[in-house]
Design a protein around this ligand. Sequence first.
Ligand code: SF4
Ligand code: SF4
Length: 439
Amino acid sequence: MEANPARTRRRWLRRLIFIAVVGATLTASHFWGRHVDPPPRWLDADRVAVLTGASELPEQVGGNAGYWRIKRGEETLYAAESAALAADVQGYGGPFDLLIVVDEAGDFDRLLMVRHNETPSYVTGAPAFLASFVGLSPTAPLEPGTDVDALTRATVTSEAFAAAARLTGRKILRAALGREVELEEEREPWDWPWAAVAAAFFGVAVWARRRPPEVLRIVVAAAAVGVLGFWAGRFLSIGDVGRLVMAKFPPFGPRLSLYVLFGGATVIALVFGNVYCGWVCPFGAVAELLHKVPFRKLTVAPAFARKLSNLRFILLAVVVAAMVARWDLGAASYEPFDDLFAYAAAGLSLLFLVAVLAVSAFHYRFFCRYLCAVGALWGEVAAVGRQPRLPPCEDCRECAQVCPTGAVVENREVVDRALCIECGRCGRVCEAERKRLAA
Ligand code: SF4
Ligand code: SF4
């Protein structure tokens, strides 16, 4: 089929608008960030006094890289910020700061979270987790889940907080109490295994997406739910987009799988289409599998559904704007991903999760179609990316009948790429595609 000049013009206009919006967002966030987040912000004596319950103004010994000497009644306590004494230890979302307080016996008196870039739902249990260190010595192993509690489904954050507590606590013991303690290096290993697993999902998708048997789609979806979702907790969230916009980059090696997911989703969307949503995202996979439950299905007119799906772009703009304006990732918690895979749902978020999952049994990928900001973003990346080369259309319109997302506007050559998730159903029924593969 010859290129349609009007469609080509529209595509280039869409590309220009996309680049302009991304550029304007990053520029605005850069200037706003410098305004709201001047680095670094160390605690002053008044704040340390309030946090530790001091009876007089604490005295700082050795500057920020030293420690605070604190009087609380008859007791003397020693405190320091992990961001100063354990700066190399980073959480899932990058740098964080704990105020570590040690008593005269050399045991933890309290640990307080001062600031962090973690996904909000990962740290809702942080006060109880940090309380489990109280009374223990920084020289103990402090393994989450063994010696101390662990944050539910947030292994990386739990281990990072424990590593920061160990290193900061031991440095306080040496500097303030003159103890001879070993300072082990607290470095996280590279995240190779999960990065390889994420890459394998993309590889299978790119290889199979044109005409995949349904059984392969079911197997990959089940694997995405079990492995990437419940086991590894590796998936993309709008919070990851917020981190990019706010330049709060997580450490590269220990979060390699996140970079593979983000980079893979973007590059593959530009070249092949939105493969992430169709094959990799575990929440999309849950919805895909639920839709196979044999209930009567809701039918929404494709043109109306396409209009309604623009709601995703409104959500994307609102959530990113809210994250930048408040300079934190809290707005990302509207997503039900952690609620499901990190068992973090409670109250209203639990109701929302149950409703979304229930509707998914009747309506194909309900959340993905109308509410997911992440899906909107990678759909748009696909829409401004390379257009696929397809065999000449025979105009049977079978593809429009089977497309579950309403992406086929006319035939396989006129597809709304922002809605297509590369599920390959249209390829399976396409006679021209069958002939191409047989040739
Ligand atoms: S639209 Fe959202 S929930 Fe659905 S598959 Fe894509 S990223 Fe996952
Ligand atoms: S056009 Fe529809 S059927 Fe074809 S790959 Fe995209 S979402 Fe699947």
